[in-house]
Design a protein around this ligand. Structure first.
Ligand SMILES: [Zn+2]
Length: 242
């Protein structure tokens, strides 16, 4: 059966709307081109459609762009290479430092990532400086997320650690209260680390992804399901860090 469809444009993004005999409005961003589809109950009014779509515009935009433009992995720590940070790309500029004192620093300005290293530093040491800096970015993000989300939980993690993991974004040990977050999160838009963070804290309360887990997530992040689907679509391996 052919359902009634129409195309609407929200903030420059085309959305294909299909009217179906369903109960709830649904939204999906489809790989590989990031096309946006909305399925809505037959007879949904325009007002109801826009009331559904408008609050989700930033999510739609991010999900769309993420699919259209996946993270590019840099090959070398050389000027001109592109390095990802929280979903955006920055062009590396090496700033060789000629002095005797080792003065390493990473600074972001505009679309550039400035890496100051001693003039004769090799690839391995530049990579180490960058990795340390990326870890610090994740640590700062965790600090902000702790302030925002920990008060909404009765149980809190005893410790957070940042690790490179090949197969998952985060993990949680209910017994020790330790939460691990993947260093790779630093490459993707901030909502991914936020979703992962809340996900792992929910595991402090409940095992698995059953009804209680879903309720805990929905209370805090209403769009977590769609976000999780997108996050699962990202291939973690083949990282620069390996
Ligand atoms: Zn889980």
């Amino acid at each position: 059966m052919a359902y009634k469809t129409r195309q609407v444009t929200l903030d420059g993004i085309d959305i294909k709307v299909t009217y179906k005999p369903i109960r709830n409005l649904r939204l999906a961003v489809k790989p590989p081109d990031g096309s946006v589809r909305a399925s809505v109950p037959t007879g949904t009014s325009d007002a109801a459609l826009w009331a559904f779509l408008r609050p989700r515009v930033s999510w739609i935009r991010e999900a769309h762009h993420r699919m259209v433009r996946p993270v590019r992995e840099p090959k070398h720590v050389e000027s001109g290479e592109s390095f990802p940070l929280w979903g955006a790309d920055y062009t590396l500029v090496l700033v060789p430092w000629a002095g005797e004192r080792i003065d390493e620093a990473v600074n972001v300005a505009g679309e550039h990532l400035y890496l100051s290293v001693p003039r004769h530093s090799g690839e391995a040491s530049r990579k180490r400086v960058l990795e340390r800096w990326y870890r610090a970015q994740v640590a700062a993000a965790i600090e902000a997320l702790r302030v925002k989300w920990e008060p909404t939980f009765d149980v809190r993690p005893t410790e957070y650690s940042i690790r490179f993991m090949k197969t998952r974004w985060g993990s949680c040990n209910q017994t020790t209260g330790r939460v691990n977050l993947n260093l790779e999160l630093v490459k993707h838009p901030p909502d991914i680390i936020e979703n992962t963070f809340v996900h792992e804290l929910c595991h402090l309360i409940t095992h698995g992804h059953g009804p209680q887990f879903q309720l805990e997530m929905s209370l805090r992040l209403p769009h977590w399901r769609a976000e999780r689907k997108l996050t699962k679509g990202i291939v973690i391996g083949n990282s620069f860090w390996e």
